[in-house]
Design a protein. Structure first.
Lengths: 368, 368
């Protein structure tokens, strides 16, 4: 991985890569304040910073997952300003320092975040291919992700904006979908007809059986200049606002502190709708069976992780009897006893106790 | 109630009652160390001392439930020695001081406990009718209990040993049963054929449909001397051992401190098997629809108490969404959120969290 050369021969490597191949800059979107995994995930410590799948946080795993890809630069992180030191610490802990950290005073969704990173790159006289990655998803099969990224590079270099999709394995109502327009080649690269929001179950079933849809993974790849060109055409208001925001940004070491007044003035929109759906240059590459999940609920987390023979996941100590298919997270050495329950989420942290049915765990967000 | 005369004219009342009628001495068996309502009920604070049905503890309710009965003396309590001050405080709080508190160093079941109280009464030159009551049961309909007690007095004065039964309303597998031998009179007083331990479901169903069984409430009534006479015949080893135990008891104010070495030497047995089943003088009076429960599990407690329209019981604060028929006990102001669960027991106390299905809540004892 490129940035493994960081400590010693950074300059040499940089020169080498710039000369012989396009560099890929990971843009890690880490601004989520996810409450769907409450009480573990909170505004002060959202899920991307939690070690939910291993001893590494989801953010750390997102970065380490790129190990083995050619031409990848140090990552650029976009996060809420209050998570600055958290991001810094977590990146230091995996010995992959951030190339830059963009600190958002408020959330403005993904399009402005990516635009700022792209504009800053051009301002530096660079035009990298940006690999936009959510920081809080699970991907079990890294090799499949790498294959898709390596395919996407070809199209990104041709000037396309590539979305990564995931071939649906069930009629999931918790994900957005991307509808294919037309198949381009044998490598399964499709033009995009439209993005659709989370459907209801009947519609989700239609999507899956039609074969014309994939899940929207939130991962994208394109050259910085191409993205900005399309943003200017498709959502000129965001483009203009971001130019103004970037002008006001205060640079502090590798941190770019976004000014609140400027950023609030910027329209809030996702890259999906602000650019990808409107441009004629967009493509989608669906990834098959990569074990992808947005970990958008306790149920989804339970599905992602290794379970014991009764289907239980136990983090921390707990006494279980006749418990099945449940997720028990006991922080801070409380004494937790579960008895005769199925499909239940039990989370204790601090003075908080959550007991939820797995099927209903998506409702936490509404409840809070 | 007799002991309401305690403060002022105790002596006058005592003389009056002894002259004109038999006095009834409640013997409250409070030695249980119930763990079936763990984590609320613990060895240090067993369920009889907890305010589970109202703002009074079950012990306090047991005593106050006798209010309105004629001829009742101050109660005698039998409890574990470590609960001495707890008993004292709880009785003071309801302004009904104990006539005596027998402090057990270890549990020896009900027969020895009652024998010691009876022997002590005779040693004082008294021969009261003893009304033996468990301290940790629920009885919703006090009037029905009083009617049964007033009926039992007649038989107790005739020299019978009366057990109080409860007409079964379901095939309960958590209770012991009493089988009737022969009906005596129109008042539904029966001779006892046998006591049976907790049956399995098939047998319990046979019992209920046969009409020949009632639940064993653990309440009894008999004259002290008659009980001891029958104990001497039916279980002479207990009788002998208790005589020795009483000789060694150290009296301290109204407390009778039982010596451990003596009491360990006494056989452990229930009044049911040590006396009631063996004697030819025993009778049972079944009480109909008195709302009796031994509160032997969280499910049983849930059944006893008032529920909201969703069937939930919430003690302390909790946020519920799509929760039905559940019991939530949140001690000490934790933040408890329950979501999409049915028939669940959630108890938080100190650093302990219990989550159990109501149907399985009887298993807690095994689990601990």
């Amino acid at each position: 991985m490129f940035y493994f050369g960081w400590e010693g021969g950074r300059i040499c490597f940089l020169v080498f890569w710039v000369l012989v191949m396009t560099s890929i800059t990971p843009v890690i979107l880490s601004g989520g304040s996810g409450t769907r995994l409450w009480p573990l995930s909170t505004q002060n410590l959202p899920k991307q910073f939690l070690p939910l799948l291993s001893d590494k946080s989801l953010l750390q795993e997102t970065i380490l997952r790129l190990s083995g890809l050619d031409g990848v630069t140090l990552p650029v992180i976009v996060c809420n300003e209050k998570h600055c030191s958290l991001v810094d610490e977590q990146l230091k802990a995996i010995a992959v320092p951030a190339q830059a950290i963009f600190l958002e005073p408020v959330g403005r969704n993904t399009a402005p975040a990516i635009a700022l990173v792209a504009m800053q790159a051009l301002a530096n006289g660079e035009d990298p291919i940006l690999l936009v990655l959510p920081s809080d998803h699970a991907i079990a099969d890294t090799a499949k992700l790498h294959r898709a990224i390596n395919l996407a590079i070809i199209y990104a270099e041709r000037g396309n904006l590539v979305a990564f999709g995931v071939t649906p394995t069930r009629a999931e109502t918790g994900y957005g979908y991307i509808k294919f327009a037309e198949c381009l080649d044998e490598n399964d690269v499709y033009e995009i007809e439209k993005f659709v929001e989370k459907p209801n179950l009947v519609i989700a079933e239609e999507y899956v059986t039609s074969g014309c849809y994939c899940w929207n993974s939130g991962m994208f790849m394109f050259r910085a200049s191409i993205f900005l060109q399309e943003l200017q055409i498709c959502s000129p208001d965001i483009y203009q606002a971001c130019h103004k925001v970037l002008a006001g940004v205060v640079k502090n070491d590798n941190c770019f502190v976004i000014q609140k007044e400027d950023f609030i003035a910027c329209p809030s929109d996702s890259i999906d709708y602000a650019v990808m759906e409107k441009t004629k240059n967009s493509l989608v590459i669906p990834i098959n069976e990569a074990g992808w999940s947005d970990i958008g609920s306790w149920q989804a987390l339970w599905e992602c992780v290794n379970k014991d023979i009764q289907g239980n996941v136990v983090i921390g100590d707990a006494v279980l009897h006749a418990v099945e298919n449940s997720y028990i997270h006991n922080s801070q050495n409380k004494k937790v006893v579960a008895l005769g329950v199925k499909d239940i989420i039990i989370v204790t942290i601090g003075d908080t106790v959550l007991v939820a049915h797995k099927d209903k765990s998506q409702k936490i967000k509404d409840l809070l």
